[in-house]
Design a protein. Sequence first.
Length: 148
Amino acid sequence: MITRTNLFFAMALGLTVAASAQARPAAAPAAAAPAAVAETPEAMFQNMDKNNDKMLSLDEFKAGIEARNRAMIVARLHAQFKSMDKNNSGALEPTEFYELPMVKSGGSNAPTFTSADTDKDQKLNFKEYVALVAKYAESRATAAPSKP
């Protein structure tokens, strides 16, 4: 069991539990703007302690760290999305889409705007952007040579 004191100690050392993300698909992140990830260690512990026994089981700890990591990834993606939305419309228009690094560096394998614009409204909302990034990351992971 992991107690609150042990969790604080682990956080202070920067330790995390490696998620078995390769073994199972990750849950799709929410499309709405992410909430702030910053929270106090006490609040983090309470959020992880699902059965309120003031101790964390290994499963509670892993689930809590995985949820926190997903939230941090979504927050980072949202910041990237906002930085690419040059006209602050809340969406990426085709001209903004073609400035995305993954599109500019993709050459003939670059994603197309029409394939990313799943609702066909001529702009990418955050949900479509997250799906695009996930698909791009998956294709890069599949194309990368495996290490011995």
